[in-house]
Design a protein around this ligand. Structure first.
Ligand code: EPZ
Length: 419
């Protein structure tokens, strides 16, 4: 079975360049299908989730290729079908963005309910509420979401989201850009990749205003053209390296980041006694011998990201004192705690709260990455532990981290992929 073997105890040092954002890429790739011409997305990471989405688009009839020095080239001509069956979409949660895109393009969509990380219930009622507000009929039949418009297609409308949902905000934006009239999304998600997508759509000729605030106004246009647009740096990958530097008492320059997107993580690291120095598009992180225990509560952006609490827990496992991590976004995102306990961590989980009593040292052990971010936590724990940690479930990690082993080795870590 493939595993990552990590020998801990070496402080990370040097510099690491952060790749493009996974979650921005998986929204922008399907968005390219809304245009009548070719788009080129720059800085798209080479990760499994991107490959899978590329294959989904190819099977729907679009042409997707990577061109050296240009980026991911997506030609939507040839894209003709409104059906995305389970075999195609099961591996990727973000395939639900095809619902918004297909509805916008064809007034009809049939997309199987997607897969993705198993981190608790992940309903899509808010996406459906949005499509219905825009005039679509939506039913769920045999695991497939079927949506269609009657008459003249989607019509702009106000949509109030009951929960702040990144996915629903993006999907409604995708559906609304070609709708007739004005759509206003209230209580919208403000994550950086929502803004990245809005900027890409606008570069294609869309009229999206207010992305990054909780009210997004989308004035429908008749057609969109292809465009060349960059994907923002991945803030979760950046946070992972920042926390890894802190956990190993290292000194790492994390480059190609937007420090503003990392404010909540930097603030918590500083509270824990870690030095975080911002300089342009990089941050330098200098870890202390042992971090102080701090409490974390996950919240929608600009709060502390749910995708970063796992690596933070790995850091807190060795902190001086007791820390509390509250997860407010998902109902089951502490599955990794059992794995950290195998390495000597002292963690109690009570519902959506993990209480971590810092220990002097963690010990290497065989552990399993039960999902993507849990996998990152195992690697960070392994880097700061004594001895060898074998991390199984590598496929989860490869979904979202580009060249993780090479990047860690470049920072002096002893890590290898055993196939
Ligand atoms: C996105 O998931 C990310 N995925 C997740 O990244 C991330 O954890 C999450 O946003 C929160 O930041 C992608 O961008 C592909 P949500 P998404 O809709 O859009 C509830 C990672 O590791 N909700 O913002 O699916 C939902 O159950 C991951 O990279 C509804 O109730 O998340 C959750 O409690 C995993 N009804 C909360 O809202 C809905 O219709 C936030 O979910 C939609 C969501």
């Amino acid at each position: 079975m493939a595993r990552l073997t990590v020998t801990g105890g070496r402080p990370l040092s040097g510099s690491v360049r952060i790749s493009g954002s996974k979650n921005a890429s998986v929204a922008m790739i399907p968005a390219a299908l809304l245009a009548s011409g070719v788009s080129v997305l720059e800085n798209v990471p080479e990760i499994v989730d991107v490959d899978v989405f590329g294959r989904i688009l190819s099977q729907l009839g679009a042409r997707v290729s990577r061109e050296e020095g240009r980026g991911l080239v997506i030609d939507p001509n040839g894209f003709k079908t409104w059906e995305a069956p389970y075999e195609l979409v099961k591996k990727l949660r973000a395939s639900y963005y095809l619902l918004g895109v297909l509805l916008a393009r064809f007034g009809r969509a049939e997309v199987a309910l997607p897969g993705g990380c198993n981190i608790g219930l992940r309903p899509i009622d808010q996406h459906i509420k949005g499509f219905r507000a825009l005039g679509a009929e939506v039913v769920l039949e045999h695991g497939v979401v079927k949506a269609w418009t009657k008459g003249k297609g989607l019509k702009g409308a106000p949509v109030y989201l009951d929960v702040v949902s990144v996915g629903a905000t993006i999907n409604i934006m995708l559906a609304a850009v070609l709708a007739d009239g004005l759509t206003v999304i209230e209580n919208a998600a403000k994550e950086p990749h929502v803004v990245n997508l809005a900027n890409y759509l606008n570069s294609m000729g869309a009229k999206v205003q207010g992305a990054g605030t909780d009210v997004i106004r989308i004035k429908g246009v008749k057609r969109l053209t292809g465009s060349q647009h960059p994907v923002i740096p991945d803030e979760v990958e950046a946070a992972t390296f920042m926390v890894a530097a802190a956990a190993t008492g290292g000194d790492v320059l994390v480059t190609n980041v937007i420090p503003k997107h990392l404010d909540s993580v930097s603030a918590k690291l500083r509270e824990a006694g870690v030095e975080v120095i911002e300089n342009g598009d990089s941050v330098r992180v200098v870890g202390p011998g042992r971090p102080r225990a701090v409490n974390v509560k996950t919240l929608p952006y600009p709060g502390f990201p749910t995708d970063c609490q796992q690596v933070f827990a790995a850091l807190m496992a060795r902190a001086d004192g007791i820390s509390m991590i509250q997860e407010t976004i998902y109902d089951n995102r502490f599955g990794y705690a059992n794995e950290l306990i195998r390495m000597g961590a002292s963690i109690k989980v009570d519902g959506r709260t993990a209480i971590i009593e810092g220990v002097d040292r963690l010990f290497g052990a065989p552990v399993t990455a039960i999902d993507l971010r849990a996998g990152a936590a195992m690697v960070v724990a392994g880097l700061s532990a004594q001895g060898k940690t074998d991390v199984y479930g590598v496929d989860h990690i490869e979904r979202g981290y580009e060249r993780l082993v090479d990047k860690l080795v470049g920072l002096g870590a002893e890590v290898s992929l055993v196939k």
